[in-house]
Design a binder for this molecule. Sequence first.
Ligand code: IPE
Ligand code: IPE
Ligand code: MG
Length: 250
Amino acid sequence: MFLWKKTKKNQIRLDPNNIPCHIAIIMDGNGRWAKKRGLPRTAGHGAGADTLVKIARHAYDLGVKCLTVYAFSTENWKRPQEEVSNLMNLCMKRLPQIVDLMEHRKVAVRFLGDRSRLPAPLVKMMEDEEARTAEYSKTGCFLNIALNYGGRDELIFAVREIAKKVQQNEISLEAVNEELISAHLYTAHCPDPDLVLRPSGEIRISNFLLWQSAYSEFYYDNILWPDFSEKDLERAILTYQGRNRRFGGV
Ligand code: IPE
Ligand code: IPE
Ligand code: MG
């Protein structure tokens, strides 16, 4: 097992040969962060967007290739209309800055989820921002932003697509296997996540990457997402590096 050390400045030293290739984050706890400060929930979402910029930057610096962040779930439409529209506006406001950073780092931005229910100007912006960074796909570095994403929803779309191809004799029933299903998911361009992080103290998956996380390592933290720091990310990776991944073997 890799033995980790702390440097003099109390810095965490990670094994550079065992950095998770793909980290997925459930960015949770914005509302509670705001409430603790007597602020509206929107302020928490704004602070959460700042944290995303900071953590994404650090993750790629550490050598992570794919980062997938859960920004809005298919269940989040249940929230008050005002919060939902604030979240959509926040996406429009903050996306260009996030994509600027990714462009600078040669990271391709992709959106995961059902776009049909999202506001048209936001969808247009998402398409433009994907196009702006599309050429970086070849680097293998991705920032996936899950927006109106649901793991079950994703599987329904995949099943429909595959069923259609079988029905039209494009593929045989026997051709339906794990690889084919993975190739029909929003994450087809990335390997499965090695590490799934959930700050905020909740210990549940909330419909995130259900198929892809079959063998992911899970890491939960009580820190609310807006307070999540670079050091917290390193701590999560350090914990990951101490895990023994067996994938069902011995
Ligand atoms: C996560 O923070 C952001 C979204 C789900 C959009 P929450 O808004 O869920 O914050 P809490 O869980 O209520 O604190
Ligand atoms: C999960 O957080 C979704 C996102 C972070 C976008 P929620 O706050 O919606 O999850 P639950 O309701 O606590 O399970
Ligand atoms: Mg929440």
